[in-house]
Design a binder for this molecule. Structure first.
Ligand code: NAP
Length: 280
């Protein structure tokens, strides 16, 4: 049976440690979260971020703008936050309404206040082999979890399924920087199972049940990023956990694996940005 990569346990440990570090700061970091519209799932995510911040002594500001907010108005709001010395880190909750160009909004965030590490400036640093101000939260959380279990990626074949900007793309670069051999798969990949069978580490970020045990070699390390609700309303991941955990060496559960690590990374990023801003 596979060893469970326990994201909740590591989250609790890292956040307890971070809380102590925040208590020692002379002023408190502030995370500003901008939400446009009334999407119920986004509201839950934003509230979870607010709660996590408050639990460890980080101030949080939620700016909820109406769904008809224009791009110029939104950029003005972000500029205000960029210029506010009390604001440490800024996050724009995605998805944005269709009339707003997501890239224009993300890139209006000062890269030194970019809590998610999604600006082109931070991506540019990452993809050119330099250190970004912060790393994107989900990839960072996955690597923290693998590190906790002393899983060394050097020389391993890591197969990532999914090429989004929030998971697959930055994760591929961060894993390449760990000297792994990286393959990225996506919806047009042919013979997916043929590729996944060669994986020492499989990381799946799709959002549908796609990974069965016959697609993997024994002792593979499996990281399930996907989250969706099945027909009964239960939260599921991309991986058939019950059967894959019988052949894998390590596996993340859903929920309780990558999810808690993502929010932990956001808190770590906020404090890292605070420390950077206060060292200048
Ligand atoms: P996304 O932008 O929709 O990307 C999904 C990726 O999966 C795309 O690259 C897509 O390929 C690929 N894909 C779709 N169907 C496929 C198939 N049949 N075979 C192979 N690849 C396929 O989603 P995302 O934002 O990256 O999120 C992915 C999943 O992770 C979602 O369930 C999301 O909820 C979850 N997630 C979880 C966390 C967490 O903290 N646990 C954080 C972020 C995301 P194309 O590029 O060709 O379309």
């Amino acid at each position: 049976m596979a060893i469970i990569l326990d994201g909740k346990k590591l989250r609790d440990k890292l956040l307890a440690d971070l809380k102590l570090r925040v208590e020692k700061l002379s002023t408190k970091p502030t995370l500003a979260v901008v939400l446009v519209g009334e999407d119920p799932a986004s509201k839950i995510y934003v509230n979870n971020k607010k709660k996590a911040a408050e639990n460890i002594g980080i101030n949080s500001i939620i700016i909820n703008l109406p769904s008809f907010t224009g791009e110029t108005e939104l950029i003005q709001k972000i500029e205000e936050l960029n210029n506010d010395p009390q604001v440490t880190a800024i996050l724009v909750q995605l998805p944005l309404p269709k009339h707003i160009n997501k890239n224009n909004i993300i890139n209006s965030i000062n890269p030194k206040k970019d809590a998610d590490g999604f600006t082109t400036a931070n991506f540019g640093l990452l993809f050119s082999g330099q250190k970004p101000y912060v790393y994107p939260c989900t990839p960072k959380g996955i690597l923290l979890l693998l590190d906790e279990y002393e899983i060394n990626l050097e020389g391993k074949h890591v197969v990532i399924i999914g090429r989004s900007n929030i998971v697959g793309r930055p994760l591929s670069q961060m894993i390449l920087d760990r000297n792994a051999t990286v393959t990225i798969c996506h919806s047009r990949t042919q013979n997916l199972a043929g590729i996944t069978k060669t994986a020492d580490v499989l990381i799946s970020a799709v959002g549908e049940k796609i990974i069965e045990e016959n697609m993997l070699k024994s002792d593979c390390i499996v990281v399930d990023v996907g989250i969706f609700k099945d027909e009964t309303g239960k939260t599921r991941g991309d991986v058939d956990f019950e059967n894959v955990s019988k052949i894998a060496s390590y596996i993340t559960p859903v929920p309780g694996g990558v999810g808690p690590m993502t929010i932990t990374s956001l808190m770590l990023n906020t404090v890292e940005l605070y420390n950077m801003q206060h060292c200048d």
